[in-house]
Design a protein around this ligand. Structure first.
Ligand SMILES: [Mn+2]
Length: 337
């Protein structure tokens, strides 16, 4: 099936919803990000303008970085006790930014009951959920695909659907998945889509501030301590930072405040592999790895039962002193560098 067929069939199904009892349910992946949330809410806004009923049961805490988004009040708090009642109103389930209902958490119990399932996603690999699958790995974000889908809906209905709300939501989706137009997934299409969205009077700086720059005193203190104490080995080719719960607590910070730390370690000139070893609240240790092309982080992680991508991977250790875990990592990595 070609791209054109996929988008066309999905548009057909969405527009048919008006004449079928019940609502369309949208499902983002767990650990929701700006792309999944922005794309989902934008599509819901467009469909709402066409009198197509959309519901978004929601089962997560939204990160501070996404609380600036419009239309968050359209999300419905989900509880397993609501499954039967919600299912009776569900005519179509659409997975957004994921292609496997195994990635939507507890909501799978509800999506499994849908008479039909569809998928809109840009990840290469993934599961096989859904009979209507539109997967475009060339899209930097699902936000680009939802933009095309809304254009298609405009063509078919003769209605004008883009507005500032959709603009902010889709721009957030794209900015989020491209690191602010900085990653290698950015294409000419990404900029064409962004240029079209900008016509809706978008405040790009507000989006980038919340997504990337917003910080807190606690997080700033924690990062200061972590960077000050980071160790470098093998003439600066390996960077490693250790974080225990006591350090996090003494800064008044939380585990989530370590987001981004590992990227900074990897960015240090000369570093080929960076490791962040943190103690989790249950005393297990989590190791995040970021590397340059010279060091395959996923293969390294697999040595210890972990996994991931070639340049970003992770593994977990049973409770043990941080120093001991660091020695294991440093010694093994030394054989690779
Ligand atoms: Mn995405």
């Amino acid at each position: 099936m070609t791209e054109l067929d996929s988008i066309s069939q999905l548009a057909d199904r969405l527009l048919a919803a008006e004449h079928i009892a019940g609502s369309i349910f949208l499902y983002p992946h767990v650990s929701i990000d700006g792309d999944a949330l922005g794309s989902m809410l934008a599509l819901a806004n467009a469909l709402g303008q066409l009198n197509i009923r959309v519901r978004m049961p929601f089962d997560e805490e939204i990160s501070d970085r996404l609380l600036f988004l419009p239309e968050l009040d359209r999300l419905e708090p989900f509880d397993e006790s609501l499954v039967a009642e919600l299912a009776s109103d569900q005519q179509f389930a659409l997975l957004v930014d994921c292609s496997d209902s195994g990635r939507i958490g507890r909501l799978k119990a509800l999506s499994d009951l849908a008479p039909q399932i569809g998928v809109i996603d840009h990840h290469v690999s993934g599961g096989q959920s859904g009979f209507l699958r539109w997967i475009d790995p060339t899209a930097a974000a699902v936000g680009e695909m939802v933009y095309d889908l809304i254009v298609e809906l405009e063509k078919r209905t003769g209605r004008s659907l883009f507005n500032q709300t959709i603009g902010v939501l889709l721009m957030t989706a794209i900015v989020s998945d491209t690191g602010g137009f900085a990653f290698s997934n950015v294409s000419a299409r990404t900029f064409r889509t962004a240029a079209a969205l900008m016509k809706n009077d978008i405040d790009l700086r507000t989006i980038t501030y919340y997504l990337f720059d917003l910080t807190s005193q606690e997080r700033m203190r924690l990062m200061g301590r972590v960077f000050t104490d980071a160790q470098f080995h093998y003439r600066g080719r390996l960077a490693i930072a250790l974080v225990d719960q006591e350090l996090i607590n003494s800064c008044g910070a939380s585990d989530a405040d370590l987001e981004g730390v590992i990227g900074h370690l990897r960015n240090v000139a000369g570093v080929e592999a960076a490791f962040l070893i943190r103690e989790l609240p249950g005393q297990d240790l989590r190791v995040n790895i970021r590397s340059s092309e010279a060091f395959n982080a996923a293969e390294f992680a697999r040595l210890f039962g972990g996994g991931g991508h070639p340049r970003a991977a992770g593994l977990q250790f049973e409770p043990m002193p941080l120093d001991k875990a660091a020695a294991l990592i440093i010694n093994k990595a030394g054989e690779w560098l």
